[in-house]
Design a binder for this molecule. Structure first.
Ligand SMILES: *[C@@H]1O[C@H](CO)[C@@H](O)[C@H](O)[C@H]1NC(C)=O
Ligand SMILES: *[C@@H]1O[C@H](CO)[C@@H](O)[C@H](O)[C@H]1NC(C)=O
Ligand SMILES: *[C@@H]1O[C@H](CO)[C@@H](O)[C@H](O)[C@H]1NC(C)=O
Length: 179
């Protein structure tokens, strides 16, 4: 009985251990990304430490959080600078809702970090998809019939980076959740 128990514990430890150190080549991960070169640049920029799927997920979530925070800060600055232009402030306020902490991307990144700590990688997938969708909504305007808002600020570039990084996380999760 006791012996069986310890065998089971050893078995569980082994499963946890092997799951945690699953390694997939960056080139293969990035084959399912929307932008292969962006994906491999990002994942190869991880200096030192482990390159297994769990470590790469943690690394790219950290990058995503930084990029989403930068975007929120940029939007707040743009709202301040364009106070006189009604259309622009309207557009930026819509983008702020898509990116901020309550309903937007920043809240989703924090939720994804909690899911990551709990190793609930499967639930991270819809969370990343909602971040891609939030960024897309900010870029594409508020109604489908509208042409994309002609925004000459850095915001479209920032929102695009957020979409690409969230997509890289999705590409890693695809392999991580196959284990
Ligand atoms: C892919 O990402 C690179 C940056 O790594 C960028 O220069 C290039 O324009 C992107 N291509 C597309 C189609 O978005
Ligand atoms: C996104 O994050 C990376 C890594 O921290 C940084 O190099 C890059 O400048 C950031 N880009 C934006 C638009 O925030
Ligand atoms: C604001 O948008 C309306 C409706 O699209 C347009 O008619 C108006 O010219 C715009 N105003 C400015 C200052 O761009």
């Amino acid at each position: 009985m006791n012996r069986l128990w310890s065998l089971e514990v050893v078995f569980l430890l082994c499963v946890t251990c092997c799951y945690a150190v699953k390694v997939v080549d960056v080139d293969i991960i990035c084959n399912s990304a929307t932008n292969h070169s962006f994906c491999s640049n990002l994942l190869n920029s991880k200096i030192g430490g482990n390159k297994d799927l769990v470590s790469l997920t943690e690394y790219s979530i950290d990058v995503l959080r930084g990029n989403v925070s930068n975007t929120v800060n940029l939007i707040n600055k743009l709202i301040e600078q364009n106070g006189g232009n009604f259309n622009l402030t309207y557009h930026y306020n819509m983008c702020l809702i898509h990116f901020d902490i309550t309903k937007g991307a920043l809240g989703s990144v924090e939720y994804a970090e909690e899911l990551f700590k709990m190793r609930n990688y499967l639930a991270m997938i819809p969370t990343m998809e909602s971040i891609v969708f939030n960024a897309w909504e900010c870029l594409s305007g508020d109604t489908p019939s509208d042409p994309p808002y002609h925004d000459t600020s850095l915001l479209p570039v920032y929102a695009d980076v957020v979409m690409l990084v969230a997509n890289v996380v999705l590409s890693i999760l695809k392999y991580l959740t196959q284990a």
